[in-house]
Design a protein around this ligand. Structure first.
Ligand SMILES: Nc1nc2c(ncn2[C@@H]2O[C@H](COP(=O)(O)OP(=O)(O)OP(=O)(O)O)[C@@H](O)[C@H]2O)c(=O)[nH]1
Length: 352
């Protein structure tokens, strides 16, 4: 009775924000996991698809890269996106993770809603929405490096249903975000980066987690939760474990600004109460991601918990086996200098 769902991450961000560059990095950091990529090349002449297909990453072969060219992904969800997902799920060799790169003008909300479609809902879980921001453009008072080109694209594209001006689309992309990548951080100083953070905070009431990046270079464990919360990872991890040791075998590429640790509890008395209380802890602290398994009193099935920013999801995946200890183990990931491990551990342990 396996119910393992495939996590799907939606990556949004305006033209030129650095989505493709970030995804290339991700594919080289997949640690042997198979990623399927759905790219919405709206108005983009298939350039990103070619770039990604050309990168030759084992994690994602040409067959695993699916391009949707029939218009804005959020305007053609039922005709285009859903059948594509269904085909992907029907494959014998199913991916470990699905990444969806939307075109610069897409609205993530209709796309996220599509995951509730029957047949998709039972097989896929929305891992999170990651919005890539061109920090340099925002600091300069624009939303994209070439704001005029972006706006012209919006006006001229007859296939696009939404009439919103760029500013509104930008706010919508931030509002949907669970994690905001402040990309092109190399082009700004600390004060300018802070002004971009303030701008993003002011643009959305949801207060997404933010992380700075250069060339979208972030660990796959942070962006997709890859390698975190998998059976072996959790079983083998001791209390402290730097993310730089992640992803055996990929070129030593250090990300020691990030840190992860495990919190261990006994079985939960009430899963719903636990999840309700966990959410404000994630929101209050600088936790980028939390993932793991929980034992719930009286339930023969194991519960999967995954959170990115304030999006938190849980479901029962399979019965505990006789030789497994029924405990709750959660991996917490954040920035080394910002995350208060001691307080987080104490607060989560107090929920047990
Ligand atoms: N300086 C700097 N340049 C970057 C960074 N990330 C990406 N770029 C450059 O920005 C340009 C756009 O990057 P892409 O990755 O193609 O952006 P995209 O969001 O996929 O763009 P579209 O596919 O056009 O929507 C490229 O020339 C990249 O090399 C960064 O962190 N710093």
């Amino acid at each position: 009775m396996e119910m393992q769902k495939i996590p799907a991450t939606v990556i949004t961000g305006f033209l030129g924000a650095g989505k493709t560059t970030m995804i290339r990095n991700l594919l080289s950091d997949a640690g042997g996991r198979k990623i399927a990529l759905i790219i919405n090349e709206f108005g983009d002449l298939g350039v990103d698809g070619d770039v990604l297909k050309g990168c030759g990453a084992d994690a994602c072969t040409e067959d695993d890269i699916i391009e949707l060219n029939n218009g804005c992904i959020c305007c053609t969800v039922a005709d285009d996106f859903i059948p594509t997902m269904e085909k992907l799920l029907a494959r014998e060799n199913r991916p470990d993770h699905i990444v969806i790169e939307t075109s610069g003008l897409a609205l993530p909300q209709p796309l996220v809603a599509a995951f509730n479609w029957p047949g998709i809902k039972t097989a896929v879980t929305v891992d999170g929405v990651v919005t890539v921001v061109d920090s340099a453009a925002v600091a300069a008072g624009r939303f994209a490096d070439d704001h005029d080109a972006l706006d012209a694209q919006r006006r001229e594209d007859e296939g696009l249903d939404h009439e919103s001006p760029i500013e509104e689309l930008f706010e919508d992309q931030l509002t949907a975000a669970d994690l905001v990548v402040l990309n092109k951080a190399d082009l700004l100083d600390a004060a300018q980066l802070q002004s971009v953070r303030d701008f993003v905070s002011a643009a959305t009431a949801r207060k997404p987690k933010m992380v700075e990046a250069r060339n979208g270079d972030l660990p796959a464990a942070v962006l997709l939760g890859l390698g975190v919360g998998t059976e072996n990872e959790i079983a083998l991890r001791k209390s402290h474990h730097e993310l730089e040791h992640e992803g055996e075998g990929h070129d030593a590429h250090e990300h020691d600004e990030f840190e992860s640790f495990v919190v261990e509890l006994g079985p939960l008395a009430d899963a719903n109460v636990f999840m309700e209380k966990l959410k404000p802890i994630i929101e209050r602290h600088d936790i980028l991601r939390l993932k793991g398994f929980a034992a719930v009193a009286g339930k023969p099935m194991r519960m999967v918990i995954q959170a990115v920013g304030s999006r938190i999801d849980s479901y029962f995946d399979r019965p505990w086996t006789a030789d497994e200890a029924r405990s709750t183990r959660l991996v917490v990931i954040g920035l080394h200098d910002e995350m208060d491990d001691v307080a987080i551990r104490a607060e989560i342990e107090a929920l047990g």
